[in-house]
Design a protein around this ligand. Structure first.
Ligand SMILES: NC(=O)c1ccc[n+]([C@@H]2O[C@H](COP(=O)([O-])OP(=O)(O)OC[C@H]3O[C@@H](n4cnc5c(N)ncnc54)[C@H](OP(=O)(O)O)[C@@H]3O)[C@@H](O)[C@H]2O)c1
Length: 164
């Protein structure tokens, strides 16, 4: 459920409406990169691309001309990401890879698949992750959960080892 901050923050309530920014700052606007096909010829691997930030990141790179490999555990959701990208960028080269980034062998095999399919990997977006609620009752996290969440973010290291 979305919370309208103006209803909970008196400070925000006093801000004039004209202060609300609805457009994209020019320095982070992806449109010029899309128009120039700036990432054409590049191969981008995005972990955690089955939804959320990773899905959008993969889409934006594809719009800018990149070939993308998308990684997560849910093949069904990854296929939805692939379909979304191909609908937006007809002819986009999208490689779907299911892997648990906590599992080193699974990660190695994904990187091998990328190298086999595209012949290279230019950029790795190690986005897969898990956020838990840190309420006082639940914190500190049980050690196995802590280790697992940390490990999810280690995909970059594993991939780099695979390249060397
Ligand atoms: N959204 C925020 O406000 C926020 C704030 C701070 C940091 N972040 C970080 O930004 C990243 C993306 O956030 P988000 O909001 O887009 O998260 P999200 O919607 O929960 O998506 C997480 C993605 O990571 C994948 N994933 C999770 N565990 C995985 C595993 N073990 N192996 C492979 N893939 C795994 C999920 O796919 P499957 O479940 O299909 O595997 C999903 O695609 C995360 O690393 C998060 O910690 C987000």
């Amino acid at each position: 459920m979305r919370t309208d901050i103006s209803s909970v923050s008196p400070h925000r309530q006093n801000l004039p409406r004209s202060n609300a920014r609805t457009s994209i700052y020019p320095s982070i606007d992806p449109e010029p990169l899309h128009a120039a096909r700036f990432y054409s010829g590049k191969v981008i691997l995005v972990t955690g691309a089955s939804r959320g930030v990773g899905r959008e990141t993969a889409l934006q790179y594809a719009r800018a001309g990149a070939s993308v490999a998308i990684v997560a555990r849910s093949r069904k959701a990854l296929n939805e990401t692939r379909d979304l990208i191909v609908a937006a960028v007809p002819g986009a080269d999208v490689l779907v890879l299911t892997a648990d980034v906590c599992d080193v062998e699974s990660v190695r095999s994904s990187v091998q698949d990328v190298l086999q399919h595209f012949g290279k990997m230019d950029i790795l977006i190690a986005n897969a992750g898990a956020i838990t609620s840190f309420t006082p009752r639940e914190y500190p996290l049980p050690f196995p959960s802590f280790v697992r969440i940390g490990t999810v973010h280690s995909f970059g290291l594993s991939a780099e080892q695979e390249r060397s």
